[in-house]
Design a protein. Structure first.
Length: 363
């Protein structure tokens, strides 16, 4: 790669990250280490705002500040934990930025600790809810942090540790396979097998993919690589590989929804013939759509469009019927048009193109 192109590409990556930071700030009002929406009073929150003792002797723990580093799918998941006579009486979720369908699925966990002593509740091993893994883990982490604070032992709660589950290890292995093997193995049979793994393991089993909802959450609140190892590796591949000459690598070899479209296109030999003029027109549509969607976030008119990206359809237990319908429509279209969502719609793909561009025209 020429030095000038490399410098432009680094500039494009920086520009892409600044764009992501701007929309994260517009939607969440925060960046790692600072909440720009917080007032002076809340920025210097006193202990009695976190731990309140009511007239009946019960304690109410607000985890907003003490668990601000625990991130769910789209952001923090603060809770109110009521403890009476050393037993958990009630846990209530405070307003958050999680996707509504996913959080409703995860919220069934809130009653799991009711009636248990603080010691029993802290020792309780609660599994994440299938279909809302990130939101579930955030709820569990907030409860643990809040209980520890109530017992004056906040320091005893460790940072989220590495997940040694079979699912997480399998997800990491599939990402590593997709990141390494296509560089050396170049045949359609392998690519179809890898695409199948991407869909089944990364998409359906792990529920891991890059989306605006997750990336804005990471940009606004930070990310713990140990807690979200699979998405972290996917993001690393998406941003670093273009710098070493492999543009659109994530979209082509790793994205579960892109892989599903590729598999669908392989099933039918017939393809709709699209003239160069039509392809150019659809490409212009993709760019204009991206600009409009960014404006909707920046202005606050409709920032929730990110909840309708088709990637979430892989978590079908929690995804809305609209998201599932959008995903099915594009998969069906993929039988006769090669990867239509990737080529002519995908806002995430457009952002990745901006990050990897070595030209003055970024996308």
């Amino acid at each position: 790669m020429k030095k000038k192109d490399a410098m432009r590409q680094m500039g494009s990556l920086l520009a892409g990250l600044l764009i992501l930071a701007s929309i994260a700030l517009a939607k969440h009002g925060s960046l790692p280490g600072h909440d720009f929406q917080a007032t002076t009073a809340t920025a210097h929150q006193a202990d009695n705002d976190t731990l309140q003792v009511l007239d009946d002797g019960s304690m109410v723990v607000n985890t907003t500040s003490i668990a601000s580093d625990i991130i769910g799918y789209a952001g923090t998941v603060p809770l109110l934990i009521t403890i009476k006579d050393n037993r958990v009486e009630h846990i209530k979720a405070l307003p958050n930025q999680e996707t509504e369908d996913f959080f409703e699925t995860a919220a069934v966990l809130l009653s799991r600790w009711n009636g248990k002593t603080t010691e029993e509740a802290e020792a309780l091993q609660v599994d994440a809810v299938s279909g809302a893994t990130f939101s579930s883990k955030a709820i569990i982490g907030n409860v643990q942090r809040g209980l520890a604070y109530a017992r004056r032992a906040q320091a005893a709660v460790a940072q989220p540790s590495f997940d040694w589950s079979v699912k997480n290890i399998a997800g990491i292995l599939v990402v590593l396979m997709a990141a390494i093997l296509p560089l050396f193995v170049k045949n359609k049979t392998y690519r179809f097998c890898q695409s199948t793994l991407n869909v089944v393991v990364l998409g359906l089993w792990c529920g891991s993919f890059l989306s605006y909802t997750s990336l804005m959450g990471y940009m606004a609140h930070g990310m713990n690589p140990l807690a979200v190892a699979v998405p972290c590796l996917m993001l690393l591949v998406a941003l670093v590989y273009p710098l070493i000459g492999h543009k659109s690598y994530y979209c082509t070899h790793l994205c579960p929804f892109g892989s599903l479209q590729y598999m669908a296109s392989r099933c039918v030999s017939y393809k709709v013939k699209m003239g160069a003029r039509l392809v150019r027109g659809l490409d212009i549509f993709r760019k204009l759509l991206w600009c409009v969607l960014m404006i909707l976030i920046w202005t606050g008119v409709w920032a929730d469009w990110t909840d309708y990206e088709p990637f979430a359809a892989f978590i079908f237990q929690s995804a809305s019927w609209v998201v599932i319908a959008i995903a099915i429509a594009f998969v069906l279209l993929s039988f006769v048009v090669v990867r239509p969502y990737c080529r002519f719609v995908c806002p995430m793909g457009t952002w990745l193109r901006i990050c990897q561009s070595s030209k003055w025209r970024p996308f």
